[in-house]
Design a protein. Structure first.
Length: 95
């Protein structure tokens, strides 16, 4: 059982590595710039929101957040930041 799961993991990792090497240069500069700016906004927002939440929970004013809740907050913040940055650059306007 251990050998089959090890071989399956190795095969999946090899395929993932090959696809990452093939698709490495598929992004243009605008995509990289938008992704970088959106991640910066998302990480700042999540740091502030979860920091305030953690301080409030530590003082007893709020419930502790679960690790899965923190991951969901990061995902929602990333999606919101991508839409905000894209709208700021005019990428959401109809053509």
């Amino acid at each position: 059982m251990l050998w089959t799961s090890t071989i399956a993991f190795t095969a999946c990792f090899a395929v993932w590595t090959i696809f990452s090497i093939i698709g490495r240069n598929d992004h243009d500069e605008l995509m990289k710039s938008v992704s970088r700016e959106a991640m910066t906004w998302a990480m700042y927002g999540v740091t502030v929101v979860l920091g305030v939440w953690g301080a409030a929970a530590h003082l007893g004013f709020a419930r502790w957040i679960s690790p899965l809740g923190a991951i969901n907050a990061l995902l929602i913040a990333q999606l919101a930041a991508i839409f905000l940055v894209s709208a700021k650059r005019g990428l959401l306007r109809p053509r």
